[in-house]
Each structure stands twice: as structure tokens, then as C-alpha cells.
Design a protein around this ligand. Structure first.
Ligand code: ATP
Ligand code: MG
Length: 219
């Protein structure tokens, strides 16, 4: 029997929109030197998430995979696609055929509709990949995060861990871990600058290499 491990591929999902998925994707893509895929981008006002990840992570451009859909309006994909008269064809959301590390950033949270009868979490189940959940550190996170974990558990979608984003909270990490049993991978601090050097220091300080090695060993 082969002992070859599958490359680390996971879905980075948030407990909400605007929770820090793209910033943390940049951090992980840089640290892991992985591929990045944002299958559905809703809203193109400033820059796309793919452009942000490329700018912040400074990985090789070929590591940033092309979106399946880019919609104009910053609203839920099911509606954004209707506004653009560009319905989502689920066949276009098939996993890219790459045998390397991959971070997939979702559009918003788990229960975001991709069509009128298909949710983001249904797509994650089809991808058959584990999830890393990004949540805010502050008030409101216990409810959002525990609900998200319950939805993932119900569908038997494996959760690699939680990444808590924002100002350190004295109790929320412990409470999340105790109620969910899901490991806290790291508490990601508020950053003033998103420079490569700062991300590299943080990668060391948060012990990310060892954490991902142990995640890989447990897979
Ligand atoms: N730890 C942090 N320190 C400083 N700024 C942060 C931090 N986390 C998030 N932000 C800022 O908050 C905003 C939202 O973050 P981000 O774009 O990563 O969220 P998102 O979950 O990817 O949003 P979307 O649902 O639109 O994809 C960005 O301007 C980002 O730079
Ligand atoms: Mg984003």
C-alpha cells in the first residue's frame, strides 16, 4: 500500500462575509506556497480577492487560479448571477485538476446560496475537501461559529480547525474549543501593514509550519 500523502487541499470558509478570509488566505498561500482559487467572486469595486491574494502573498502568478465566475454586484452569488444574466453552472465549479497544495476561498459563509436551490455548503460536500473556518474573535462569534460547525458536522464535512481573526479575546477561544471539540489553529492578530516580512514573522510566531505538519499527519 502506498504511504504517499495527498497534498494539503482545503476550503477556507468564514462564519460571515468580510471576516478576513482573503487576508488569511494570503497568509496561508504565502506560508504554504500553495495554489489559491476563489471560484466565485461577487463584486469588483476595488480589486478581486485573487488580485489581493497575489499582491499580499507575492506567490508565483501561476499559483492564483482563474475564477469560475466574476459578478459585478457585491451580493450573494445566486442573486449576483441573476443580475448579470450569468447563471451558475455547477459543472464549472469542479475542482481544478492539480496535485498540489490548494486553498479555496468561499464566497461568504456556509449557508450562502450559489443558486436558488444550492448552497455553498452543498458544494463543499461535493468537493469532498476539509474546511478551515475563519471566525471573528469578538462578540457574536460563539453563536456564528458554533452554528457553522454544527452545519458542517451534520453533513459530515471534516473540519481541520478554526482560525480566529482579530483582537485577542480572553474567553472565546477556550469556549469555542470546549463546545465544538475543534482545534484552534491560531489566533490571527490585527495587522497594520500587510507586508511580506510581517507575514513571514507571523508565520514563525504562530508556529504555522508545525501546525500544518500535524494537520497533514492526522489527515
Ligand atoms: N487581522 C486583520 N488585521 C487588519 N485588517 C484586517 C484583518 N482581517 C481583516 N482585515 C481587513 O478587513 C477587511 C475584510 O477582510 P477580507 O477581505 O480578508 O474578508 P473576506 O472574508 O475575504 O471578505 P469577503 O466575504 O468579501 O470575501 C479587509 O479590508 C481586510 O484587510
Ligand atoms: Mg474575500
Amino acid at each position: 500500500m502506498s504511504t504517499q500523502k495527498r497534498p494539503l487541499q482545503f476550503v477556507l470558509c468564514g462564519t460571515d462575509t468580510n471576516i478576513g478570509k482573503t487576508l488569511i488566505s494570503s497568509f496561508l498561500v504565502r506560508g504554504l506556497d500553495s495554489y489559491y482559487w476563489k471560484p466565485i467572486q461577487s463584486g469588483i469595486e476595488k480589486e478581486t480577492d485573487s488580485e489581493t491574494v497575489f499582491r499580499i502573498s507575492q506567490v508565483n502568478k501561476n499559483k492564483i487560479l482563474k475564477e469560475a465566475y466574476i459578478f459585478k454586484e457585491p451580493v450573494s452569488p445566486h442573486w449576483a448571477s441573476e443580475i448579470d444574466f450569468n447563471p451558475i453552472n455547477l459543472n464549472k465549479l469542479r475542482l481544478p485538476n492539480i496535485d498540489s497544495k490548494l486553498v479555496i476561498e468561499t464566497a461568504g459563509g456556509l449557508m450562502v446560496p450559489l443558486t436558488r436551490n444550492f448552497l455553498q455548503i452543498d458544494q463543499i460536500k461535493i468537493w469532498n475537501l476539509p474546511v478551515i473556518l475563519v471566525c471573528r474573535s469578538s462578540l457574536g462569534t460563539l453563536n456564528h461559529t458554533l452554528l457553522s460547525i454544527e452545519a458542517l458536522n451534520k453533513r459530515k464535512i471534516p473540519i481541520l480547525g478554526i482560525l480566529i481573526n482579530g483582537e485577542k479575546h480572553l474567553d472565546n477561544p477556550r469556549t469555542l474549543k470546549e463546545f465544538s471539540g475543534v482545534p484552534i489553529i491560531a489566533e490571527f492578530p490585527m495587522l497594520k501593514h500587510f507586508e511580506e516580512k510581517q507575514l513571514d514573522i507571523l508565520w514563525e510566531d504562530l508556529n504555522m509550519k508545525e501546525k500544518f505538519n500535524s494537520i497533514l499527519n492526522e489527515q
